[in-house]
Ligand binder design. Structure first.
Ligand code: COA
Length: 259
């Protein structure tokens, strides 16, 4: 579909989705959220795409939900907006294809939440992270109160959520919010390389690993282990498992087919 607030390009099986409202620091208005949902569906459906890099145009990754739209919202509309955004972010989080956020600048509020809904995060040295909602008299609505403590622990999450302070990329790395920090000019290559490294592995194995981690975080250890064992069994039915093991024994690179 044609997009207005984002671009979608594909190279070497890696899609790059770029939120593209640089004049508003890529703030997420409802139309942009809708397009993100459509882009998540498109990359999931397209066979020529194996993984995704999500980034922002200009000096921001995403500077939050669009405050001009939030300003007049009624309580019910606010709740609907949160639920809708959460559902769309969840499409990236549950994508069977790996999603890496390339955080090129401000990742504030909904921007930090969008990055956290990705499977991994690479940040440029100048990137900034924060959940400043409380400064506006609101609380996060796109998953910040739930994903941040899961990523960095309750104490550090509450510090960011309650002070609204902004941290730099090194601090985000130190607390485990981002996986890697690189110079700005290397950001997209580093994020694409991370996806590319994953794409050399069995796609069904990758998809079921994402699924096991995602489900397991909501389960007891015993229930999570049962999910893992089920996936392990399922993969034993795939041609890719045979190929992966044969390739190892024959000392060659595997040629996975996703079957
Ligand atoms: N919603 C709507 N518009 C936003 C926005 C947001 N979340 N973040 C930035 N913008 C707009 C600004 O209003 C400005 O638009 P204008 O030129 O039409 O006035 C433009 O983007 C540039 O932002 P500006 O504030 O002038 O840049 P800056 O370098 O001085 O400051 C920030 C950058 C990120 C510190 C600042 O824009 C900011 O605090 N943004 C809001 C962050 C936030 O609270 N996010 C959570 C929202 S729930």
């Amino acid at each position: 579909m044609p997009y207005h607030s984002l671009t979608l390009t594909v190279s070497d099986r890696v899609a790059t989705i770029t939120v593209n409202r640089p004049e508003k620091l890529n703030a997420l208005d409802d139309a942009t959220i809708t397009e993100l949902g459509a882009a998540a569906d498109e990359v999931r459906a397209r066979a020529d795409i194996g993984g995704i890099v999500l980034t922002g145009a200009g000096r921001a990754f995403v500077a939050g939900a669009d405050i001009s739209e939030l300003a007049g919202q009624s309580p019910l509309a606010a709740r609907e907006r949160a639920l809708r955004g959460q559902e769309i972010f969840r499409r990236f989080e549950t994508s069977p294809k790996p999603v890496v956020a390339a955080v090129n600048g401000f990742a504030l509020g909904g921007g930090c939440e969008l990055a956290m809904a990705c499977h991994m995060r690479v940040a440029s040295e100048g990137a900034k992270f924060g959940q400043p909602e409380v400064k506006l008299g609101i609380a996060p609505g796109y998953g910040g109160t739930q994903r941040l403590p899961r990523l960095v622990g309750r104490g550090r999450a509450l510090q960011l959520l309650l002070t609204g302070e902004t941290i730099d990329a090194q601090e985000a790395f130190r607390i485990g919010l981002v996986n890697r920090v690189v110079p700005a000019e290397q950001l997209l290559d580093a994020a694409r390389a991370m996806v590319g490294q994953i794409l050399r592995n069995g796609p069904l194995a990758v998809a079921l690993t994402i699924d096991a981690v995602d489900r397991g975080l909501d389960l007891s250890l015993g229930e999570g282990l049962a999910v893992e064992a089920g996936h392990f069994g399922l993969l034993a039915a795939t041609a890719d498992m045979g190929e992966g093991m044969r390739a190892f024994l024959e000392k060659r690179a595997p040629a996975f087919r996703g079957a």
